[in-house]
Design a protein around this ligand. Sequence first.
Ligand code: WT7
Length: 650
Amino acid sequence: MSQRIENVLQEDRRFPPSEEFRAAARVGSEEEYRRLHQRSVEDPEGFWAEVARELPWIQPFETVLDWSEAPRARWFPDGKLNASAVCLDQHADGERAGKIAIHWEGEPGDTRSFTYRELRDEVARFANVLKARGIGKGDRVAIYMPMIPELAMAVLACARIGAIHSVVFGGFSAQALRDRIEDGDCCAVICADGGWRRGKVLPLKPEVDAACEGIASVHTVLTVRRTENEVGWTEGRDVWLHEALEGVTADCPPEPMGAEDTLFLLYTSGSTGKPKGIMHTTGGYMVGAYLSTRMVFDLREDDVYWCTADVGWITGHSYIVYGPLANGATQVMYEGAPNAPAEDRFWDLCERYGVTVFYTAPTAIRAFMKWGDEHVEKHDLSKLRLLGTVGEPINPEAWTWYRRVVGGDRCPIVDTWWQTETGGIMITPLPGCTDTKPGSATRPFFGVDAAILDEEGNELGANEGGFLAIRKPWPSMLRGIWGDEQRFKDTYWSKWTDGWTYFPGDGARRDEDGFYWILGRVDDVINVSGHRLSTMEIESSLVAHDAVVEAAVVGRPDDLTGEAIVAFVTTGGGVEPGDALRQGLLEHVATEIGKLARPAEIRFTDVLPKTRSGKIMRRLLRDIAAGRESSQDMSTIEDAGVLERLRKGE
Ligand code: WT7
């Protein structure tokens, strides 16, 4: 992207928090935000050391930050702690022992609740099962599960013994799971027989069996019984959790971990075909998750918090497992779909559990809008006091609907910008002091030194679109890409020449009030329903199909999912393009990556538009997919007739 990003959105409405909200908030005035933010960027070490000392350390840190090997930061490097002890033991052995940590509800309506003490004991027993299978500190464990309590327990059990968890979203295919198991050289997989989704059993164990076939490193597949479907069994390798737990005690002291020991890997898409195993460490990540949850969600002792994400994504890691539990919060966790059995399921849950803080994604909000206000209005949502959104830019229409219909015009909305790589929220309103503007993630969180830069690294002025940049290290930042240090440097730290300014891959502008407006990805990544998908990865999968010679995948705007996947495909090998092939390709992509990567549209073409040097002209394809006139310079196109043919094919 060589020129500056066009900005078309004009939005002047402002929504200040109510006096009532402001008065009770953790940060309740503009002056306080400014003072704290200024302190956090002028003296980051002083600021973060104070925050970090609020966590229970096994061995206190003396050094706060070592940035001498930038861009690899080391936060609190001489301290020791355990993430599961931060989330569980400090509460289970204290005043919150009998407080509910998780109210869980399955899609069929079954429920389970855990107090902090119960959850700690369950996790400790789970951890003892892992230990008995010879799993220990530094080992990688893949987790592939539905949204059941055992998912959170599996994550925390790994953390308890110092094993590195690698959660793979349950909607990914066997092939995608296999790639991640292999990349992380995992020794075990924790899964379930299946999960409930829209009234049906979604089997998971067969996917795991296919994923693990022939992988020698996997010595254990630990399976939770949830849906009771028939499953295949490999003697010696496969273990039922409920059987393994028999007679196991809850005596499992948390392993003292160095703050810089890896806590987890989480794979995310980038502009090449291979997913990146983003590495997060223990101390900095926990400090970031703890503070951001507390401040952004203005968390109080009696809140009932619900984040609707899946633990398979970073949102679930930071804002279901680690952040809320580190703060001793009570939360709701739900297994299934938002429209099962009916479109009011979420609001029914909010009413019955008395949810006060609700965090979801724009794509869900747009679906609720489409389903109709009546589903929301049927329920008493008067306990709600704060709403959040994350995953992609939210259009002002959806924002105002969310505020009016769900929030009863009374709840502030926090539009939180961040990424798998940042570990925690980076740009966000603080609900008690920020005058929000629909569609803007507003201002940098504490410790975040953000800027809008051009290609050369010059800071741009108000309302000029450019590249979002972060100019200082922060505790929950990624520490690397598993097994690929060069890619870590190339992807995030090489946009500008200094070598230590972080490039998240998003375009943005900052308005005259210093508010940030995220304009979306600038790399070959499309955001479908808040999930980052690499166009390259989908292309490679398509090209791997026998009938496909060449494929180009682009995103086009979509009212519901934000962006939708459009694939331009040239065929060969005597296969006729048509509906049969289209269907075959959709299934092929679902098997290779997962249903979430299936194109919304496949267009067959005899050639793809290319420059004289042979590069596919993606910007042109984006225009065609969106049905726009192209502003692209056509002088470099190799065969001008292609364009005509592609358009006609519409
Ligand atoms: C990308 C990160 C962070 C958890 C979920 C996604 C986009 C995220 C916002 C927002 C505009 C957003 C960005 C970012 N994004 N939140 N509030 N406004 N865009 O995590 O899969 O790592 O994706 O999602 O493009 O780079 P992820």
